[in-house]
Design a protein. Structure first.
Length: 78
């Protein structure tokens, strides 16, 4: 894999784990991101998550899922 992608994988791996309150939201990001609504984010903020934390964890999970799918596709081709 190329160096920038390896750097991105490392950056995602270096993030602190998400708070448990974010687990259902992050699962939704992985499986049906199209269904996320403002109310989902507002609920996380009400639970004490900061906007920065929500953003970072959302991007990390989305990119990680993208890598999972890329890796599966490369295995299928290889």
């Amino acid at each position: 894999m190329s160096e920038p992608l390896d750097e991105l994988r490392a950056a995602i791996a270096a993030l602190p784990p998400a708070p448990p309150a974010m687990a259902p939201y992050l699962e939704q990001v992985r499986t049906r991101a199209y269904a996320i609504e403002d109310a989902d984010v507002e609920a996380l903020k009400a639970a004490g998550c900061s906007e920065d934390e929500i953003f970072e964890q959302t991007v990390a999970v989305a990119v990680d899922e993208g890598f999972r799918r890329l890796d599966a596709g490369l295995r299928a081709l290889g």
